[in-house]
Design a protein around this ligand. Structure first.
Ligand SMILES: Cc1cc2nc3c(=O)[nH]c(=O)nc-3n(C[C@H](O)[C@H](O)[C@H](O)COP(=O)(O)OP(=O)(O)OC[C@H]3O[C@@H](n4cnc5c(N)ncnc54)[C@H](O)[C@@H]3O)c2cc1C
Length: 287
């Protein structure tokens, strides 16, 4: 590990001041589940590590249909929260697929978003939900749409002196939801993952559909073609298959040492069909 200074910030202002002072040389430490391996492999060589674990950014709240998650909400809290189980259960289902118990105990929402692994679950969920990511720097605060936040592999719209403070999203409690993914081994990052959210109107037709993939591009992929193929239609086996096909056809996933792009694309289409079917069944109260 490259030597670095360590500061446990007591307040957000202190953390932001350190980032302003050290710029690119500083790295925020949240759950450490991605940063520490990067330090170990010298993929990150910061001059100073700013630990934000003492900051009061660990709350989950729902107010007027808007859900707010602090940046330090741990993955396991998403799985275990009663309020999320009632108001936004897709978060718990997604979080349960992240890594292993140790990773979920320490890893944070803000860390997962800032780290921006293209195969990570939470960036795909936030893309499907159309969430906004709240960030702060010493010069002010802003929010960034999740659909614009991720700019490439491990890259985001965050400036070096900015900290993710939380996420705000519509809770969408009336939507059916499902997260499907395939990994080479249990606990690995997904080869492909898909998040589906579906609401139906009184006639049983699809009122709204939200679909996003992880693992199939350099950032979360918002599958507009699948959404358009379902909206306004009766959610039958055929219309669901058609929507999944539309999603698959819009993908051009990369190959890596383990999986070809063509295989990843095939898997993504199958997962999309399954996720939409499950989300529809939940929206119709049949699951
Ligand atoms: C064995 C293993 C398996 C894993 N499997 C998965 C998986 O299947 N799916 C998945 O999604 N993830 C997986 N992860 C990663 C895990 O989800 C991490 O928790 C997450 O990517 C980073 O969150 P963290 O809180 O640990 O962040 P850290 O490791 O502390 O930080 C990660 C990066 O984000 C920055 N950062 C952290 N918080 C903030 C903030 N609030 N504002 C600005 N920058 C910030 C840091 O500076 C660093 O660059 C795995 C990790 C391990 C070790």
């Amino acid at each position: 590990m490259h030597p670095f200074d360590y500061v446990a910030a007591e307040t957000l202002e202190e953390a932001l001041g350190l980032l302003r002072e050290h710029g690119d040389e500083a790295k925020v430490l949240a759950g450490g589940q991605s940063l520490v391996p990067m330090l170990n492999y010298r993929l990150a060589r910061p001059g100073v590590v700013v630990d934000i674990n003492r900051l009061p950014l660990g709350d989950i709240s729902v107010d007027d249909g808007r859900l707010r998650l602090g940046a330090l909400v741990r993955h396991h809290q998403l799985e275990e929260s009663d309020v999320l189980a009632r108001r936004c259960p897709v978060l718990g289902e997604a979080a349960g697929l992240i890594g292993n118990v140790r990773v979920r105990t320490l890893g944070t929402v803000g860390g997962s978003l800032a780290h921006a692994d293209p195969a990570a679950e939470l960036p795909a969920v936030m893309t499907a939900l159309d969430a906004r990511i709240a960030v702060a720097s010493a010069s002010g605060r802003r929010t960034i749409a999740a659909r614009e936040f991720f700019t490439g592999p491990l890259s985001t719209a965050l400036a070096p002196d900015e900290i993710v403070t939380g996420v705000e999203t519509p809770a969408l409690p009336a939507y059916g939801w499902a997260v499907e993914e395939m990994s080479r081994r249990a606990g690995d990052f997904a080869v492909a993952a898909v998040v589906a959210l579906v609401s139906v109107d009184r006639r049983g037709r699809v009122d709204d559909a939200r679909v996003a993939f992880g693992g199939v591009a350099d950032r979360p992929f918002h599958a507009r073609a699948a959404e358009d193929a379902l909206r306004g239609r009766e959610p039958t086996t055929e219309s669901i298959a058609r929507a999944a096909r539309a999603a698959r056809e819009a993908l051009d996933p990369p190959s890596d040492a383990f999986v070809s792009g063509a295989y990843r694309r095939l898997v993504a289409g199958v997962l999309c069909r399954r996720a939409l079917a499950r989300a529809v069944a939940r929206a119709l109260g049949r699951a």
